[in-house]
Write a protein that binds this ligand. Structure first.
Ligand code: ATR
Length: 268
């Protein structure tokens, strides 16, 4: 029987992960199955238990279960611990091990695909929810000159920053002085077609402005940033790179991502 993997979410039918992992598997000569798994909103733990009992090797976890997955794991990597959320599960028949590849995916997309080094740069992270928290440790590991966190609800930003021993600065939107080298939108504002109240001065011609969201059209944040002269990027590269990192966690093989990302862009 082929090794089986799933992406568990609700909703999950739209997920691009099965196609991405099929491409990675084909490219690596590994015969595996990867499918979507719709878990009931109140049935994530039972779904995971059933998959593990059925001999499934691992799973990705997406909205809205990443924090529940974190709480379910018997072992966690340091980056999952720091993220407070899990997007990659490994089943070995005994343990449920949890990892988080989102931050590594973001870093790989910025450094590898966009060709922008993070070391020594001024980085602005907008948002302080799960998506933002998930990428802070991998960003800090790149040794930026500074990492500034800004959020609509400042208290949330302070609470998140407090977990990183002074390595993360918290600012108010109105006090942001730019330009920053890299501005990352980790809010869910783009889902509503909204833009956080970012002062245009954070953007300059050398700024990379990346929205973790993606769609067939540039997000409102990307349009805003481009309108103020920044170089813009959506979250599709991060999606492919976090999948590649999960594939590496499971199979010990690091797939090439360029052709997979290009095919997704073509299909969009
Ligand atoms: P996720 O898991 O996607 O991070 P979340 O944990 O609900 O989702 O966090 C959503 C983030 O987007 C938060 O930082 C939220 O700001 P608040 O903490 O003030 O709620 C931010 N957000 C959502 N809609 C926004 C908007 N229209 N403008 C600015 N920030 C927004």
């Amino acid at each position: 029987m082929k090794d089986r993997y799933f992406v568990i979410g609700n909703p999950v039918g739209h997920s691009k992960s099965p196609g991405i992992h099929a491409a990675f598997a084909a490219q690596s000569g590994i015969d595996l199955e990867y499918a979507t798994c719709l878990a009931p909103l109140d049935g994530f733990a039972a779904t995971v238990a059933a998959l593990a009992a059925a001999g499934c090797k691992g799973a990705n976890v997406t909205v809205p279960f990443k924090i529940e997955a974190f709480n379910l794991c018997s072992r966690l990597t340091a980056r999952a611990q720091a993220a407070g959320a899990v997007n990659t599960l490994c089943f070995d028949g005994v343990d449920i091990a949890g990892d988080n590849t989102d931050g590594a995916g973001l870093v790989a997309d910025i450094v590898g695909n966009a060709g922008v080094a993070i070391v020594g740069k001024r980085v602005l992270l907008v948002g302080a929810g799960g998506a933002a928290r998930g990428v802070i440790l991998p960003l800090l590991e790149q040794r930026p000159a500074s990492l500034t966190l800004v959020n609509r609800t400042a208290a949330t930003a302070h609470a998140v920053a407090a977990q990183f021993d002074g390595a993360v600065e918290v600012a108010e939107f109105a006090d942001l002085a730019g330009p920053f080298d890299i501005v990352i939108n980790a809010t869910s504002a783009s889902l509503a077609g909204e833009v956080p109240p970012i002062p245009p001065g954070v953007f300059g011609p050398a700024t990379l402005a990346l929205d973790m969201m993606y769609g067939s059209q540039p997000t409102a944040f990307m349009r805003f940033a481009a309108g103020h002269g920044a170089q813009v990027r959506d979250g599709l590269g991060m999606l492919v790179e976090q999948a590649a990192e999960a594939f590496h966690v499971w199979r010990g093989v690091r797939p090439a991502t360029g052709s997979v990302l290009a095919a997704l862009r073509e299909a969009a």
